[in-house]
Design a protein around this ligand. Sequence first.
Ligand code: NFS
Ligand code: SF4
Length: 628
Amino acid sequence: MSEKKFTTAEERLKSQEPQCGFGIFEICCRNCSMGPCRISPFDDGPKKGVCGADEDVIVARNFLRKIAVGASAHSDHGRAVAETLIKVARKEAIGYEIKDEFKLIKLALEFGIDVKDKKIEEIALKVGEICLSQFGQQEGNLIFTKRAPVKRQRIWSDLEITPRGIDREVVESLHRTHMGTDQDFYNLMKQAQRCALSDGWGGSMVATDLQDVLFGTPEPILGRVNFGVLKDDYVNIIVHGHEPLLSEMIVVASEDPELINLAKQKGAKGINIGGICCTANEILMRHGIPIIGNFLNQEMAITTGAVEVMVVDVQCIMASLPEIASCFHTKIITTSEKTKIPGAIHVKFTEENALEKAKEIIKMAIENFENRKKENVIIPESQIDLVAGFSYESIYYILGGRFRASYRPLNDNIINGKIRGIAGVVGCNNPKVSHDEIHIKLVSKLIENDVLVLQTGCSAIACAKAGFLDSVKGLNYAGKGLREVCEAVGIPPVIHMGSCVDNSRILMAATCVVKEGGLGDDISELPAAGAAPEWMSEKALSIGQYFVSSGIFVVFGVTWPTLGSKNLTKYLFEDIEKEVGGKWAFESDPDKMAELILKHIDEKRRKLGIDKARERILYDMAMRRELE
Ligand code: NFS
Ligand code: SF4
């Protein structure tokens, strides 16, 4: 690659350095053509934009816009799933089916649909239509906000931040950040919360729930991860992106005996599918399809020289892929009208033609197998086992057994202190830090200190590569109390709950813990926290904000986009807690990040009066030092 002067993200980052300080502090505004304006951090520079906007307004508007974009990405994904369910109900989507009728009926009952004597398709149509209506809803509250603990719902309604319609919240965010509209950072943050909540308890939750209906609710499943899952004697196809609407069909098509035969005729032993990014998590959770890697592995995967086709849909796909692929025989195939990349082949993929197009793509990969150059192939050997597939529903059964399914054992073990608390560690990779390192260091410190870790997205893949998700070997990294519980139940100390839209599963798991009782009556009272240690995408900000607004303490690493406004930063890091019970923090050092989380968890335990039980646990020196 370097001979051809092609670069990876890490190298391109270097060529961008030093990055613009105004951008890093978010104190520049290009929202109208009187600008661009920038606020000087120095005494002698300008303190106001042409319209009079100061740093509080500019930073807050930028922050809100990012959240709106992140929420849009998740929600548009949810919309596509709802549309697919409707088409399946109308028998217009060949190849798709309803895999989890039980979950569909549960949703129908939740929505107040009369299911008696109704065909499953009729129920699916109604459920799909109600979910789709959430996007354009103009008034009232989003239907899934009713799932939250009652106290949480009251907090939202008292603050007037309960989301109305998903699209409405995004549009209002854009409207408010138009030049000369909302000039009050506090008021802008109210919209940021509403918009983020419309993602977590709206678009993302629709995506997760309806994907479960269509493709099955995940249950624990064995998988493998890392570059070693590529096979040098198979046709290798990588699916990359986010929406399982594409990847599920690729999986179905790859099992077609005709195509397998064709692959054999071309000299391969068969067809091997591997995933990258969240789409990898989706097909791992439901089929045990191996994962090649996370966000920062996408360019590297092509350089193995063993990839016939990388097929992508939407989000987190680097524009550099076709250029890198041009060094090899690899074909990059885009499939979504929303994502085209010059140099890639576009195969338009819709619900109506999905299976046919999936077969076409696999055929292209098979035909391309003979173009693979043996001398170019370097497949690293590393691969490792992991267990994934934890939905909040499957946790009921794992913990309580089939006949007394419940969260009780989890709550009891939190109360007795064997489990110190729960942390959701999620999010991306960022080339500004060493790949996966912050995820791994943070999570290892947390599980060592008896914190059960729930994961999604690229963070889950990072920790899988480190071996924490192996239900046997992973236990070696856990503290004594956590290990004991995990051993008894048969789970790893790090629980893989899926893709980034599946952070909605973490919201639901937290809600299940609250509803089980004994740990307060709101999410904000739980000894729990969240983190995105290597975040980079706007989706991560939306996720972080909906966790904060749901009552969770959230720590982000790498960089933080509001540091240019002292007032806004103070609000997000401190004052917001008085209103919603959650708050943000920024810390790049994984050890310090873990300390912040442990301190927060211990403080919540103290407030619940369960800190005494915990003291029976033997503390090591490091933990003792933390207590002092
Ligand atoms: Ni989440 Fe998934 Fe990964 Fe970050 Fe991108 S793949 S939706 S945004 S980079 S975790
Ligand atoms: Fe400048 Fe105000 Fe226009 Fe932004 S909206 S570019 S601060 S004049």
